[in-house]
Design a protein around this ligand. Sequence first.
Ligand SMILES: Cc1ncc(COP(=O)(O)O)c(C=O)c1O
Length: 424
Amino acid sequence: MRKTVVSLFTFLVCVQLSIAQTSGFQELDQWVEKWKTGKQTFFGYPVNEQSQLSDFYEWYVSTGMDVVNLNNAGDPMTDNPEKMSSQAFEREVIEFFAPYYGFDANKVWGIVTHSGTDGNNHGIYFGVNYLKNKTHLNPVLYVSDEAHYSNMRLAHLQNLDIKLIKSDKMGRMIPEELEKELDTSRPVLIVYAMGSTFKGAIDDMQKLNEVLNRHPEIPGIYRHVDAALFGGYLPFTQHKQMVSHKAMHFESIAVSGHKFFGIDSPCGLFLCTRDIYDSQEDFKVTYLNANMRMINCSRDALQPLKFWWLIQKVGAKGWAKQGNQIMECTAYLKQQLTAIKWPCWSNKYSNTVFFRRPSESLVKKYKLALGNDSNFGGELAHIVVMQHVTKDKIDTFVSELKKEIIPAPPASDNKAKAAKKKGK
Ligand SMILES: Cc1ncc(COP(=O)(O)O)c(C=O)c1O
């Protein structure tokens, strides 16, 4: 009898559990559906909604790697590749990208980061250490007022003196303003925006470098490029010089992996010259048997594998095709907006078009990012033309936008009104 009661109880618990689980999963499934539809009109943010990692996940589960817990703590460019990590692949990723950012493969150092912000953090941190070691002085950080907020945040975090340099109407740092603000008695740590977040402005590195070169008295200079989005596609287009260390003379660059490259969760690339890495203080950690000059201890082992996978699967050829497509679609969007006389603007080499803000319902439907600038009539919104923002979707968007235009009254009406006013 007792046995029967126990088994009945166990049965009831199991049923209850499975009901709870099913209803929980139903909620999850509904949530998935919402995003599957939502991604079709996700226009406002730099997310590539055509991730090509399905077969990666199949491989990952089918090989049993999902139950192997790896960690990339340490330096992928020098550590023993036999560690419980994917560092050997991380290193291949850095070596693959090095020439695309104008670094020699044997003179580069880099990691796959947790995000664009993490890459900027390394750029600023390495810059401070390099300059302090070289000059024994604290640098001043210069960045444009249109640059991504992470740079200001990181300056605060790293307790740095920061000078926000005025940008022009289109969002580019003004060289004359930089020169006015320069403190030539202290080292210069400058962050160049390679695609400011709202207007897609690219700081003119050549002109800004000329300003710095006019002041040989500056004790030391370090240039970091924040190329979160544009650093994805530009190296694979005819404008690759724009992101080249050799052409633009920067020391480090940060790029996001979850933007142009379409990795399905935040990650990125950070690359600098080997000299910069070697100038960092040693930080030997015995229990890791490693020299931990980078900021983080634990680092993701999966993201480098995803990058590596995409290199094999999409590679330079595929990214060139995608890069050219988004450039073409950006020009198309601008052309179509202009055709309906909707005020719009974009920077050269940019895949971001900003325009007069439409109705709230369109903003909501297309998840448009918002801005405000009196130079352009006040309230603005932007579209970041990523791989899924195709010409047919642009056509649909523009036709919906067109319906919001209040037609001007016919000319005859105007004449009649004017006549009435004059009392004729
Ligand atoms: C120019 C720029 N820099 C940095 C970032 C931050 O990158 P992440 O979101 O990968 O941390 C962004 C994000 O949009 C950005 O647009």
